[in-house]
Design a protein around this ligand. Structure first.
Ligand SMILES: Nc1ncnc2c1ncn2[C@@H]1O[C@H](COP(=O)(O)OP(=O)(O)OP(=O)(O)O)[C@@H](O)[C@H]1O
Length: 233
């Protein structure tokens, strides 16, 4: 199971100027790998993640999973995302107005699992991310860090083969952040998932098998020594 980006570019026209958000990036992520994508603000990390997830269309280049192009629209894209991908965006996407215990299993329900079973699996996932005491809460009653963890729980219910996460520890305190780092580490190294994480968090980058550094939409040399990970602006 391999995600492959081959010379992928995404440019934006802003006020008559071209912003090369992602500029000819090639990379592969194999199962069992945890890869951190590191780089200053505006270097193209989130754009690259959206391209990898099939949530945005590259201007050139290709994105494939196991040698098959990642579908970019319609039911095939929905199916691919539901069956293969767990994606965590910077702003956690939750079902507003609904208590967590009712929404956490929705991905499994969409796959045809019985509602009662899906909810139980959702509750197990919420407990795994330390939200067992917040099952009755709606998203608007949660802190940002709790929302982030609820989104992680929901993404993981389907046990996705590929996990793409944008700053998953960005708004967490150090203790919760350490739990999420352990969880992502285990997903890659014990459960054989392919995990790509955009992060500014050295704690998380240090657990990665490879740290890719992005600057102005281009990958530079991989970081071999974690001491090289200076804080990013
Ligand atoms: N939809 C868009 N329209 C126009 N420009 C965009 C769009 N999305 C991103 N950009 C530009 O592309 C560049 C890369 O943005 P991106 O969000 O990928 O950076 P980033 O590395 O994730 O930054 P941060 O760490 O601050 O989240 C920036 O210059 C940004 O302004």
């Amino acid at each position: 199971m391999t995600l492959r980006l081959d010379r992928v570019s995404r440019h934006f026209d802003v006020g008559g100027e071209t912003v090369r958000a992602v500029d000819g990036v090639s990379l592969t992520i194999e199962r069992g790998e945890l890869i951190a994508l590191y780089g200053p603000s505006g270097s193209g990390k989130s754009t690259l993640l959206l391209l990898a997830a099939g949530l945005d269309r590259p201007d050139s280049g290709s994105v494939s999973w196991d040698g098959v192009p990642v579908p970019l629209g319609g039911r095939a894209a929905d199916r691919w995302r539901r069956d293969t991908l767990g994606v965590l965006l910077q702003q956690p996407q939750l079902v507003e107005g609904v208590p967590l215990h009712r929404s956490a299993g929705l991905r499994l329900e969409a796959r045809g699992m019985r509602r009662s079973q899906a909810r139980l699996a959702g509750i197990r996932a919420l407990r795994e991310v330390g939200l067992g005491h917040r099952l009755e809460h709606r998203p608007d009653q949660l802190s940002i860090g709790q929302r982030q963890r609820a989104a992680i729980a929901r993404a993981l219910t389907t046990d996705p083969a590929l996990i793409l996460a944008d700053e998953p520890t960005g708004s967490l305190d150090s203790q919760t952040s350490a739990q999420i780092v352990d969880l992502l580490d285990a997903l890659a190294h014990e459960r054989g998932r392919a995990v790509l994480i955009v992060t500014h968090d050295p704690q998380l980058a240090h657990r990665a098998d490879r740290v890719l550094r992005l600057a102005d939409g281009r990958l530079s040399e991989p970081v071999h020594d974690p001491a090289d990970l200076s804080p990013q602006p």
